[in-house]
Design a protein around this ligand. Sequence first.
Ligand code: NCD
Length: 308
Amino acid sequence: MDRLFHVVEAQQFDRSLLADIFSVTKEMEEVVSRYGSNILNRRIMATLFYEPSTRTRLSFESAMHRLGGEVMTTESAQEFSSAAKGETLEDTIRIVEGYADVIVLRHFQSGAARRAADVASVPILNAGDGPGQHPTQALLDVYTIQKEIGRLDGISVAMVGDLANGRTVRSLAYLLAKYDDVTLYFVAPDVVRMKEDIKDYLRRHRVRFQEEKDLLDVSRKVDVIYQTRIQRERFGDRIEDYEQARGRYVVDMQVMEALSEQARVMHPLPRVDEIAPEVDPDPRAAYFRQAHNGLYIRMALLRMVLEA
Ligand code: NCD
């Protein structure tokens, strides 16, 4: 099995490593059903979070606990860690690596995980770097697609919502580009369209993509609708742009009617109002199952980077 160390960006994976990760993830589902394991006995994970989180931090922490490891955590690190005194990220990492065997980092600047990995001697797991990437989310997203739809080659996915500031769609586009015959539809309000760097990457890797305006139309032809939140925190004082983008595309009962019986609706969560709550009981609404898969993926990653 390939050795996995830092997890910084979705492009770093190849298909064989992805297959290895997903097979360890499947094992982790069984470990959880047997009430955990002691495989990471007393190893220590530090979670260093400079931005808010519920799922990502708690699922990493639960993952470490379920494998018998220990957890140290700094949430609101911008206010409560030495960053508030002016310490650089690099210095903080050099200190924390002395206390922990693996560091899970969420930061508000794009590229922060790369900077951390450049100085770290323990694995850095990128749990979201500003509007940059969120590779562990993309891994759980792809795992969910495989589990729900049964295949990845030939899949067609509509990415909807804030494609400019949403880091999950960026990582997911990079990861889906590893599979064959994938089609991506980008459905975004004008102010938050998918950025050129991703489109260039997809062109270079010969991945079909189309920018579309009509969600109902797109819903008729996809296997997955991947809806996302308009990232209000990235708009600064551009309130008008935010208001214009918000509410433009909502997954409601009309969209569900257009969607095929085998298709799925996914969302990295949290949602605000971009998926109507009436959709939740529909068996095609996969977002809560998707969030649960995050636990298994993060258990697999911790086990693999700690080489246990
Ligand atoms: C996402 C994030 O933080 O990028 N949340 C998550 O980790 N599941 C999506 C979002 O905040 O909209």
